[in-house]
Design a protein around this ligand. Structure first.
Ligand code: DLL
Length: 433
């Protein structure tokens, strides 16, 4: 079995990678200076010229780009190629303000599919694999991204998109799919439905899953792996940088290798913008090194994460990023305390609950209210009030120990929280802040 899709890049030495990045960065800065007046103006405001950027070590001199810039420049203001060279757009499902629209030339699409092919190979896919792509197709990048990587690798690709769970299971069974690609919350739902249909891990043909597009915990990974009898790999990416495949997990399943020949990662202090050393948590920033149509430099992702250069047993030398803990903008501040949905998920799963929950925050008489609605499994479901109360108290205590604040916990009937076929909706914040 092939271990790598592009071995010489994936196992390049530090010096080789630096050389690739330095050369590409110098070219890319020139491209942006010449072709993206919006960014050129930002560089001029900061007093930076293309000749000031001679290598990756000069990256810190460049200005950041943020989502606000993308909104300002919507739709064509950050375009780096003539429209006649662009062949595709994708877009985020942003809930506030304008959507982000990203553009691709044919060359951009080719490089993007290299990234997702690398992820598929790292998850054990080969040309013999049957890859069931249940990420949404359309404006969302998940479907198209894994579809194209799967094609490039020569796998039989099932472009089923999301929805119609029973039909998904029928296709997985009938075609004996070996790799499942979808969001982790949808994978958990598919697993739950398979169980209901009486299928155990040995009845399921799948061997690996490539799950991303939202934060998910180690506990959720263990749960999905057990239900389906697979290895579940994380994959990360964002529309602004192409889509899935900016980074991907290998057999070590401990952090994702960044496709560093295409994207330079940095971790910064979100308040000061200062670059932080490896192994320190902060906001993840990426510089796209060879994107033509939408060439973002130092783009602030708002994802909270850390980087590590520790040696990986898979043989890849690409730097690793940890599982993002959450986003600076999905961090809730409840009664002055920072709360991430992923922390709540960890407590629930440690206590044997599935990851079907909703966090409801409101403000009454100037005080934040904080409720966590948690679905019970059918085995837990009971009308014995004393038992339900004891279970609720255990979760209240567990959450208090994790977060330092008290939540109201409401245990609800199995299947009463709406399932998502794409990214799960975990937080309902009714505060008018
Ligand atoms: O979610 C691209 C994608 C598709 C990634 C399929 C992986 C698989 P956007 O809709 O633009 O793009 O959302 C990007 O999703 O900034 C993170 O906050 C979050 N995200 C993506 N992957 C992960 C992950 C796609 N593995 C935003 N873990 C990013 C945690 C993730 N968060």
């Amino acid at each position: 079995m092939e271990r790598y899709f592009q071995e010489s890049i994936e196992t390049a030495s530090l010096e080789e990678m630096k050389k690739i990045q330095d050369e590409k960065l110098v070219k890319q800065v020139q491209h942006v200076w010449n072709d993206v007046p919006y960014y050129r103006k930002k560089m001029e405001e900061k007093g930076v010229k293309p000749e000031d950027i001679k290598s990756r070590d000069d990256l810190y001199k460049l200005p950041f780009l943020s989502k606000a810039d993308l909104r300002d420049a919507y739709p064509y203001g950050l375009l780096g190629s003539p429209l006649s060279e662009c062949v595709r757009i994708h877009s985020t499902s942003g809930t506030t303000g304008k959507r982000v629209v990203a553009f691709y030339t044919q060359h951009d699409l080719d490089l993007w599919s290299d990234c997702t092919s690398r992820a598929l190979v790292a998850a054990g896919a080969t040309k013999e694999s049957v890859v069931h792509v249940a990420y949404g197709y359309g404006l969302f990048t998940g479907g198209a991204g894994l579809n194209d990587g799967s094609h490039k690798l020569g796998c039989l690709t099932v472009p089923i998109s999301s929805g119609n769970t029973d039909r998904q299971i029928m296709f997985i069974n009938d075609l004996q799919a070996t790799v499942l690609c979808c969001t982790p919350s949808y994978a958990a739902y598919l697993g739950e439905r398979m169980k209901e249909l009486g299928m155990g891990p040995d009845d399921i043909s799948l061997k690996a899953g490539i799950f991303g597009a939202e934060a998910w915990s180690e506990e959720m990974r263990a749960d999905i792996e057990k239900t389906m009898g697979i290895k579940a790999y994380d994959i990360y990416g964002l529309t602004e940088l192409s889509g899935p495949g900016v980074s991907f997990e290998c057999c070590e399943q401990s952090g994702m290798h960044v496709n560093e020949d295409h994207f330079i990662p940095e971790i910064i202090d979100p308040d000061t913008g200062e670059v932080l050393p490896d192994e320190t948590e902060g906001e993840l920033v990426f510089t796209a090194l060879d994107k033509e149509a939408f060439p973002l430099l130092r783009y602030r992702t708002r994802d909270i994460c850390k980087l590590s250069r520790k040696k990986c047993s898979c043989g890849r030398t690409l730097i690793k990023m940890a599982k993002p803990k959450g986003r600076t903008d999905d961090m809730l501040i409840i009664r002055g305390v920072n709360v991430f949905p992923s922390q709540i998920e960890t407590v629930l799963m440690n206590n044997g609950y599935p990851a079907n929950y909703q966090i409801i925050v409101d403000r009454v008489n100037n005080t934040d209210t904080f409720e966590v609605k948690v679905e019970m499994t059918p085995e837990m479901f009971t009308d014995n009030l004393g038992e339900v109360e004891a279970r609720q108290k255990k979760l209240v205590d567990g959450l208090h120990a994790m977060l330092g604040i008290k939540a109201k916990v409401s245990l609800v009937a199995p299947k009463s929280i709406t399932r998502s076929e794409g990214k799960a909706v975990r937080v309902i914040d009714n505060r008018k802040l």
